[in-house]
Structures are given as structure tokens and as C-alpha cells.
Write a protein that binds this ligand. Sequence first.
Ligand SMILES: [Zn+2]
Length: 327
Amino acid sequence: MVARFVLANLLPSILAGALAWGVIRLMYRFLPVRDARRRLALYGIPLLKSALVLLGVGLVLPWPPIFAWWRAAAVPWHLAIPSALIWAGFTLILQDAYRRRAYETVLEGARPARLDFPEVDEVLDEVIELYQSTTPWRRRVPYPFGGDAGRIPEVLPVLSSDKIDVPLVLTDPTSQAVLLPSSFAPHLTRDQLKSIIAHEVAHLVISRPHIASATWWTLLTPISPIAIFLAEDIQREEERACDAMAAAVLGDRETYAEALVKAFRLIKAPAKRPVPAAALVPQLTGRQPAISERVEALVRDRSAVDVPWTQALMSYIVWLASWVVLF
Ligand SMILES: [Zn+2]
């Protein structure tokens, strides 16, 4: 039965979820849904699609007749649920081990950042003070994300390492730290360093309702393996939100956007030393560089596309179209 579950439930559910995800991504290309809340809600469609296929539920269309034998071979839902739970336990243990190993690798050989960046402690204090001040940065946090400066730990280590190429932040409550690649040291101006620190601290300040939490979505992996891919999209939404927060806190979006471009430029070979478990460790430049998109989001003036009803209309079209195509 395990083989049948893997071949006739798990495999088609990954394929169906990936197809649905591709359709949504393709539609975003033509219909720029920029509203974070709507984008997040629409990512639920591939999740639902692949969860239904995983459970072998027959309602799910289209299963063209050529796949009829595949569907007939699927383990029925009352047997698929226990199999899915076994799969769940397995993926959760694996994820946890993977994250722990990623943290260990990243922290190995890290030293206090002030050894490479003499101004870093001062800059960190300035950034924390800005978050704690009454500037209206909270209003710039895109819904459904929120921000609370009280989440910044009392002691936040800033470390530097020769082994990473991308600034990153460890957000696990047991081990919070900002890590900077030592190779950045000779190239950053004080303002650029401040921008990068402001972005990384934003990851600690941000609060994520469940729908917007990458961790939550990876926890859904057992229900639908496609959730792990979606977690990456969710992380991209979080990057955008942290950009908005950092730019608002610094009060100067152009300088912040420039620092972001500079950071992208300093990362010479992003693929050479990828951070393990990249989906679990937020990195400044994300997994797939989307620099143009992020800079555009920062410096772009609002246009007709951003009007709430245009956004509502476009997301409604994506919603309807994906149901027509996928179900
Ligand atoms: Zn980030």
C-alpha cells in the first residue's frame, strides 16, 4: 500500500500542485496582483488542489481520461489519511534536523561583526532606536503582516562570517542573530550598513499571521507537499514587507533601494555557496534574486493598478481562471 500511496497519491499530488502553482505564477505575470493579502490567499488554490489529489478525492478535475487508470489506482481517502500522517511525521522530523544543521553551518566560525565592521554596534543601536521610536513606520507594513518593536531581543548578536555570501538573520527564538558576510566589510558605506541591518532587524520585528508565515506553510507540507514551494513565495512576500518596513524606518526609500542593489552586486556567485535549508533562513537577497521587482516596489509611485478595486478585480480574475483551469 505504501508504494501505491507514493505512486498514485503523493506523486500526482505534487504534479497537480506544481501545475496549479505554475498557473497562478503565470497569471501574476499578466495581472500584477500587488496586494499581499490577496496574493497570499490565492496561493491557497495550489495547496487545496494538491491536498485533494493526495487524498485521492475524485471530485478534482480535470483528470483527463488518460489519467483514469492513475486515479483508479489511488489509495482511497480513508486509507490515504493515515498514510499522509506517517508522511507528516517524517517530513517534520526531517525539516527540524535540516534547520538545525543550517543554523550550525551558518554559525560555525562566525565572529563578532565589530571585528570587520567597526561601526556596526553603533549602527545597530541607531536602528533599534528607530524601530522603538514613534515614527509612523507601522503604517507602512503591508497587511496582513504586522510589526512590534518589542520583539527585538535585548541582546541581539551581530556576527560576521567568511563562510556566507549573503546577509542573513536567524529568527528562531532560541538563537536570534544577524549575520553579515565579512567580504562586504570594505565595500559598505555607513548608510548601506544601516540599511542592511534595518532589513534584517525587520525580520525579527515583523509578525506574521498564520497565512503569511513560511513556517506555518512548511508545516502544511504533509497535507500537500506543494506547500514547501509555496513557503518560498510566502518568504518572498515577507522580504517585500521587510523592505517596506526598513525603508519606512530609515525614512529614505531611495538610499535603502541603493543599499539593496549594492548588496546584490557584492554577492558575486550566489549559487557557489548556497545556505543550506535556504527556505528556512531568511536571506537579504532571497533565494531567487528578484532585485528589479523589489527595487521597483520600493521606489515606484502608485498608479491605477494599485487602486483597491483594480486589485480586487484582478485577483478575482486570477481566482476564477484558476478554478476553471484546475478544477
Ligand atoms: Zn530579508
